[in-house]
Every structure is written in C-alpha cells, then in structure tokens.
Design a protein around this ligand. Sequence first.
Ligand code: GDP
Ligand code: MG
Length: 755
Amino acid sequence: MKKFALVGNPNCGKTTLFNSLTGSTAHVGNWPGVTVDKKEGVYKKASEPVQIIDLPGIYSLSPYTDEEVVSRNFILDQKPDCVINIVDATNLERNLYLTTQIMEIDVPIVIALNMMDEVEKNGDKIDVKALEEAMGLRVVAISALKEQGLAELMEMAIGECLSPRTATTVLQDTALIHLIGDCSIGMQGAGVDNPLFHAVKLVESDELEIKNHPQASKMVEEFRKTFVDDKFAGDFEALIADARYRYITARMPKILRRNPHSQSSVKMEQANKIDRVLTHKVWGIPIFLVIMFAIFHLTFSENFLFIGGLLPEGWVSCQGTVFEGVFGDGGINSIGVVLQGLMEVATTALGDAIRGAMESAGLASWAIGLVCDGVLGGIFAILSFLPQILVLFLFFSILEDSGYMARVAFILDKIFKKFGLSGRAFIPMIMGFGCSVPAMINTRTLSDKKEKVATIRVIPFFSCGAKVPILTAIAGAIVIKFGVGNADLITYSMYLLGIIVALLSVMLMRNTTMQGDSSPFIMELPAYRRPQFKNTMLLLWDKAKHFITKAFTIILASTIVIWFVSHFSFNWTFLEDERINESILAGIGQLVQPIFTPLGFGKQAGAFGWVFAVAAVTGLIAKENVIATFGTLAACIVSGFVADEALEGVDSVVQMIEMTGVTIPALIAFIAFNMLTIPCFAAVATAKAELNFEHAFRNTVIYWVCTSFLVSSAIYLIGTYWWTAFIFAALVAVVVTSIVLYNKGKIKLPNRRKV
Ligand code: GDP
Ligand code: MG
C-alpha cells in the first residue's frame, strides 16, 4: 500500500484533512501542539487504498523539539511515497518556510494549499500557477474543512509518486551554495541517502548531523574561518534562514494579490481588540473563571439564572406525569439537567419494561435481581449522566475550537513560569479535562524529564469526563439531603479544587524533587474561528461512543461481580437483599472501611458506610465504576430496606447515601478523594509506559495516594472541626519554610551516595 505523510505547521489543518480523508475522528483543536504522535489511517476513495499518516505540526526540520524529530525521522527513515505538505493559505510566507526545507529531501511532494475557503471569503487571490513555478512543486488548492479539492489532491499525489523526485533548494544564490554542494558530494560518496538535505543541515550546524558526519563537519568549520560577512558573523544557520525567507518574500507579489478592501485587516483589528480584553493582565483570569462558571451553570444548575425564588412556592414541572420535575422543581432546570432528567425517564421506563417481561416470563427472583438491580441499576445510573457529560464537552469544544483556550494558555504561561513550568505543559493539562490517557501521551513534547514527571502527576487532578457522574451524583445528594448549595456551584468548586491542588503540587515538586529547566514554548495565538459544527459533533460522538462502550464492557463486568459478591456470604449461601450486610462484599468493605475514617466516610458512616469504601476501590478500575457500584448496591439496599419506595437510578443512590451517616464534609472529601487518587487502569498503564525511568512511576503512584489522603482528610477535618485549620496551616508553613531555606542552601540534607 502506498504511504502518504501529511506535513505542515502547527494548526494548518493537518488533522482536519486527515479526518476528512480517512473518516477518522482524531482530535482537532484550534491551537498548536494537539497532535503529538503520528496517526495512521487509510484513504479508500482512490483506485487503490492509500495509507495516510498525520504527523505532528512543525515549523522546521531542525531537531529542536520532539515533534520536529518525529516528523523529520519519519520522512527520512520511513520514506513515504509522497509528502503532502499542507500550507495554510492565510499565512503563506511562514508556512512556505517549512516547504523550502522539505524540498531538500528526495521525495515526491505535493503542496495542499489549505483554508482556501477563508482566502476566498477575504477576497484575496492566490495564483496557484505562480506558486508552482516559485517552489517547483505541484500545488492543489483545497479546503480540508469544507472537503473541497480533496479528490484532486489525492489524484495529484498518486500521480507524483510514480516518478522519483530529486531534491532542490532555494539556496542557489547564496554564498554557501558551493560549500553545500561539496558537502553533498561528500555525503553521496559515503552512500548517504538524501545528501542535499543532510548537507544543508550540516552547514546549519545541526547537532545530529555534526555527530553523524564528523569528517564533513570539519570542512564546514574550515570554511567558516575564511568566510567574510558582517551581517551574520559566520552564523550559517541564521544566514540560511534569512535566505529562505528572502526567496519566499521576493516571489510573494506574484503569488498573492491581497484584496485592498479585504475584511482580513479589519478582522485582525477586531481580534486584537478582543485579545486585549481576554488576555488582559488583571482581568484575563477572572474572565476565564466566569466563563467556566457559566458553563457549569448551564450544565448542572437546577436553578437556572437563580430565578427559583421568583417562582410560585412548590413549583414542579409536569406534576403527576412521568416527566415530573424534569424541567424544574422549585427552580428551572438548565439544559444539562433537563437532558439528564429525560435520560432517566427513558432508562426507568426501559428498566421497568425489562423487569415486567422477566416477571411475566416467571424467571427466578435472583435472576431478576441480577439483571434489574445488579446490571441495569449500575449501568443506568451511569448512563443517565451521559447527556450532562456531552453538554459539558460541547462547551469545552466550543471554547477550544474558537481559539479561546489558546488565549488561556497564553495567560497561564506567565503564571506557570513562576511555578517552574512552561505554558507548553498547559496543553496536556487541559486535555486532562477530557481524558488523562491522551493528555499523558501529549507530555512527550516536554523536553525536560522532570517537567514531564511533574505534569503527568497532576494530569489526573484535572477532572476527566468519567468523574462527572461522581461530582454530579454526590452534589445532588448534598443538595437533596441537606438542602444546601447548588449542584453547579459544588461541581464547579470541585473542578477548581483539582486545578488548585495541581498548581500547588507542581510548585511543590518543581521546588523540591523535580527541579529543572522548562521546555521552550512559543505560543502562537491562532485566529479566532467560528466553532465548526462538524468538529464538535465528531468530538461528542467520539466521547459518547467511548462512554457507552465502557458502560457495556468494563462497567457491565464490574457490576455483575459486585452483584454476586454482595449476594453471597462467605460460605456461599445466597442472600436476599435485606441481608446484604452479611455478604462477602460487605465483609471486605468493612475491612477496608477504617482506612477512610480520617476522610469522614469510614467507620463513622454507619452500617452501610462500607459502600463508600467499596465504590472508591472499584473506581480504581474506571472512575465510572464509583457511581455504577453505588447504583447496583442502591438498587438492592433500597429495595431491601425501604420496602414501600420504588426509587430508581440516581434517586435510589441519593436514598442510599441518606441511609448512611455521612456528613457534608465527608461527602466533599469523598469527591476529592476520587478526583485526586490513582486514576483508572488505562491512565495508570499510560503513566507506566511514559515514566519508564528510575522510580518515576512508582513514586507517582505513591504521590497520588498521599495527595488524595492528605487533601481529603484536610477537607473533612477542617469542615468538621474548624480549629484543625490551624494545625494544617502550621504544617503548610513548616513545609514551605523548609523548602525555601533548603533552596537557599540554609539547611542541608545528609548527603546520599549517588548510585
Ligand atoms: P493541525 O494542528 O494542523 O492538525 O490543525 P487542525 O486540523 O487541528 O485544525 C486547526 C484549526 O483550523 C481548526 O480550528 C480547524 O477547524 C481549522 N481548519 C482546518 N482546515 C480548515 C479549512 O480548510 N478552512 C477553515 N476555515 N478552517 C480550517
Ligand atoms: Mg493536529
């Protein structure tokens, strides 16, 4: 099968093109640095299938960043049949800089001139023929987003790879061309592939080349001594970069004709004005916090716009119908809550239908219990949160696609620097809100090992989609049981708590065990774009698919296991629901329960308190399991002990929580524990693969366990006995002072021998 590689600057639309060509749903984000690893797919619409490889975005082929190394090595070593060089037509000059480097490799190339829809909208004109002449490469105008020109592009690429292409360079008229030529001949003699490319990189004093070709490198040094030039003082890399830009700039007037009445300059002006507000020194962060709260309000609030007080006393929507309370109960429900309510109506109806069918078929009561309470109780409890998760991600995706998230990274870069992290580390952290696994993989772009370790450790603190049910269900329980707070305020504060703990952790680590340089980070603000319906829908579809697949695999299996061990005693007799406290699960739960006593949901949680311990432990497999386990157990406990009530889904979870003796601080501590502790199996496996040096992985697991216990017990203790705040404050003061003194060299630890 033929192999085509997509190469281009960050944010030029490579992943969009990749998705359009291969029908994949890889993550598209309107900011640089989202794709770190290469992705592969197959284009099937040509006469023969073609393998397409999406490479990370790069500005040059010099090995300064990991992305550059990945992309460079791929082209040189894997020898794709054709390189599709994607060029952002709205930013031609900068994008063509990379093109002038790729053309120095002996590989067929086609330029995909992307974002032509925007160029046309601005009324600018690009002369494709002139561009082809200038670069000596074939060019196809496309719009990856609108899927225009894709078939032509692929046809052209398939045609180009029929005959080999010899490298060319735009450095012909420079003073270095003879040196490059000599090096190239030398390399060719030594049997090196792509002699021109390596020769140019050698003259640029590229580290890798000097190491690989010491002989030729001497020649360059000799030449440098005799070289007279005031402007670059023998800095050949700068001289070459300048020559590349001059080559492009000289040809631009022929290629690009700007519309004198173009809207693009007006738009730039507007974008700058917006940026001045959104990235403001003082207001930037408060604006971000308000936007985030608005999102949480729209997703989780049961008192939309806080107008509940204006409504008549005891107002309940659709009273007496199955939709009772779905649209509001006291206040008006926000969109996320409405959707969640509708989902619950649907799952309840489905559950009742299945139960009815099983009963009329005369099945044994244990079988009905297993299916209806065990499996459906768990899975429906978790599925009912799918709408809210999707609403939340809809908003996140809009923030990202519009270009706003890149602005947030820009503001935070300054703060991060004080914490010893580069803004580069912000991208994997924000990705952690989606899922820790790709976020941890994204840390590969951090060149400093210690920065990478510190970042991976805090990624799980950025609460992922799977933790939404925990936050919402417990927040719901707090509101219903104690009649205090709002679900949106609680979930929002918990997200903030995660962020704050993450920042404090990073600060602590970067000042103690994880000191080091931070990765260079050039944040380029992408253009503001109208969020693309298609991108958003792809992302949501991907989320939903992932969530549902998990519900019917890992979570299904876990609920079955939970049901069995909660219905058999240690001597393997079957137990009815009301004897659940004699079950194997209860036995094990009661055994681990005391561990959580300092956190408030241990021994003091009463006879059923072991459910918290069990849920927290099953959550180590997948975080959805926490509420699924609650669902399964609640179905049994509520039907076993609250005989006259037929509660289902989340309501039964709330009822069960009410039956335990936990307090508000304990419930908050429970959320915090699940947010900060060891994440799911998948994330642990990823962390293990990424941190395969020294004891980084082992220490990371220890770090998660310690942080979750410390923070949650602080929450519980301070919430219950306010005066313990002084003890914690004193502890923090001691730690901080010791670190400061240690870093100033005022105190020394006994020397440990280096192994
Ligand atoms: P990558 O970093 O090169 O992989 O770029 P992405 O594929 O993630 O796209 C970056 C941004 O450009 C996203 O917001 C896309 O929606 C947008 N984009 C990509 N292709 C086009 C296009 O042809 N036209 C327009 N208007 N926007 C595009
Ligand atoms: Mg990408």
